[in-house]
Each structure stands twice: as structure tokens, then as C-alpha cells.
Design a binder for this molecule. Sequence first.
Ligand SMILES: NC(=O)c1ccc[n+]([C@@H]2O[C@H](COP(=O)([O-])OP(=O)(O)OC[C@H]3O[C@@H](n4cnc5c(N)ncnc54)[C@H](O)[C@@H]3O)[C@@H](O)[C@H]2O)c1
Length: 302
Amino acid sequence: MALDIFSFKILDSPILSDHKCHFQRRFPIFSLYYAFASLWLPKRTKMNFDDLQILGIIGIEEKIGQFRRKLLEMKRLVILSGAGMSAESGIRTFRDMNGLWEEYDVMEVASIEAWYKNPALLLHFYNDRRKQMIESKPNRGHMLLAELEKSYDVKIITQNVDDLHERAGSTSVLHLHGELTKARSSVDPSLIYTLEDPEMKMGDKCEKGSQLRPHIVWFGEEVPAMADAVPIVESADYLCVIGTSMSVYPAAGLINYASAFAPLFLIDPNPPASLPRRVQVIAKGAGDGVAELVKKLEALQK
Ligand SMILES: NC(=O)c1ccc[n+]([C@@H]2O[C@H](COP(=O)([O-])OP(=O)(O)OC[C@H]3O[C@@H](n4cnc5c(N)ncnc54)[C@H](O)[C@@H]3O)[C@@H](O)[C@H]2O)c1
């Protein structure tokens, strides 16, 4: 496992691995070290192959090669998910409720002004959302997306604040609008804490002494994760939007960064009437919709 983590680190940094090859070309002694260490050391020290692998003496180059080949073969599938993704897990969207989010006016519970006006109400509202999330389970759509990592380099960008993608097993999830599982300082946005107790209370403080607030991006606030999301969308070989009305900006503008060559899909049981012609609409819920997406992607790979 340690070795895998190490290999991934190198893979994540093409500059580092290129530098290493360059280093090996410039200084052949470096390669000699590998040959010497893997032939002489086992005899001298009676170390076996596994010991040498753990010490990082042999096997790394081979592992890097294996992972690099695998990643190069994989096409990148980028998913933009919204509240509809979690609807089949029992978490309600708010557009479907005519702008109400669980009986509340959205601006009363999801804006920075609301936090200044009534922080206790917002803590209560998000405590309820957190409890609802804990009781919910990932649905078939979440599970199929996690499964797709076997065949694609899947990157998920979600507007959702629940953790259902992660609980289904997806390993690359960027939350544009924050996470219910976390709290943050109300004076220093870099102070983010993973919640141990699902109940946040007035009087819970950060290390600088300010009231803790939910780690949620509210209307009227910046979306710092956009800076990470844009290059991910630009790098997509395939892009699929699932369960979002694409009406909350700046998230809704992300689709414009997709390459003109990347096939675009939309999964939504109530798709908008007019869409650009290149968008392939799958007018189904997330579960059946992702199952159909899998088939469409397979057809494109042939
Ligand atoms: N689960 C959550 O974390 C959650 C839930 C509600 C709201 N929100 C927040 O509210 C904002 C809402 O924007 P939004 O565009 O994501 O949601 P939205 O409520 O504006 O739109 C939901 C979309 O999902 C579609 N939909 C409904 N049922 C579906 C299903 N079974 N499968 C697939 N699609 C389905 C609807 O037709 C609609 O287009 C986001 O910022 C989000 O942070 C989050």
C-alpha cells in the first residue's frame, strides 16, 4: 500500500517523473544503482523481493509503468452532479419544490444574509440536512458511477453537499458548494473541521474563538472550488451532467469549458425543452440514466 501511494505521488507529478528520467539519462550511475541494489543486495542481505519492494529499491519503476499505461489508456469522464443525483436516495431537490428546500424559502436558509440574521435557524436547518444524509444511502446511480472507475478516469464535480458519492466509493469528488460533514470558522475560511457530532450548536467555536458555521457555500458567497473545477472540465473526454437544473451560477457556467470534441450527456427526467444539439439527452432518473450512459460510453469506445 505504501508503495502504491508512493507510485501515485510520482504519477501525479509528471514534472517529477520526467525530471527523474532526465536525471537517469544525465547520470547513468543512478540506473546503475538500481541494477546493483536489486542484484547485489538480495544476495548480500538475504532480503527477498517483497522486502526490497517495501524499501522502494525495486518494483517502483515497474509499478509506475503499469499505472501510467493504465491511466493513458483510460478516457477521462467528468460528471457534473446536482440535487437530482441524490433524489432516489430520498433527499429532495429544491427546484422540484418550487424554490422551497424542505419547506423553507431557499434564501432564508441558504444565503449569507440569513446567517447574519438568524444563525441558530441555519444551524438547525443544516443539522436536519446532516441527519437526513446520515440516514440515506447511495442509490444505484452513485454506485454505477463508482463502478465506472474500473474503466474510466472518473472525476466528479458536485453541487451536492451530501457525501453519497464518496460513500458509494467514488475517489475523486470535488464539492463546489461545500460539505455537510464539515464545519468552518466564521472568521477564517481556511479553518475547516470534520464534524464528529452531527449536531452543531450556538457556542461551538473555532480555535480563533469565532462561532462555527456549516461548511457550505451560500448564495452571496464566492465559490473557491471553481478554480479547481474549470481545468477538470476542460480535460474531459466525455462530460455528463446529472440532476441539476443548471440554474445556480457560477456552477452552471462550467459546461461552457468543455472541449468542442467531448461528447456531452444530460441525465434528467425533466430535461429543459431547448438544449444545444450536441447534448445527448437521457430523460431518466439517475439510476436508470447512469446505466444507459454506461452503454452509450461503451458504444463510443468501439
Ligand atoms: N443532495 C444535496 O446535497 C442537495 C439537495 C438539495 C439542494 N442542494 C443544493 O441546492 C442547489 C440546487 O441546484 P441543483 O441544480 O443541484 O438542483 P435543482 O433542485 O435546481 O435541480 C434538480 C434537478 O434534478 C432533476 N431531477 C429530479 N429527480 C431526478 C432524478 N431522480 N434523477 C436525476 N435528476 C433528477 C430535476 O428535474 C432538476 O432538473 C445546489 O447548489 C445544491 O448545493 C443540495
